[in-house]
Write a protein of this length. Structure first.
Length: 77
């Protein structure tokens, strides 16, 4: 789980974007950890949200993920 969390945070920090769809996170993690399952990645994302590292960003029609404090993730656009 910790390696998945690390891969997610590294992807989010290195990306030019500040908000991500789950599919983007899933693809990035599977490049680093090819045998990672979707459910495991989802659990790692949820644990990052629960500990305050990441936050949800709702566009109304879909939910995106963002690193807390990076970009405009705190305020709706």
């Amino acid at each position: 789980m910790e390696d998945l969390r690390k891969a997610i945070v590294e992807f989010a920090e290195s990306s030019k974007k500040t908000k991500f769809y789950f599919k983007d996170i899933e693809k990035a993690v599977q490049k680093v950890i090819p045998d990672a399952k979707m459910r495991e990645i989802k659990k790692a994302c949820t644990s990052l949200i629960n500990d305050g590292t990441m936050i949800y960003f709702s566009t109304g029609s879909s939910t995106m993920y963002g690193l807390k404090g990076r970009g405009m993730t705190e305020d709706p656009e």
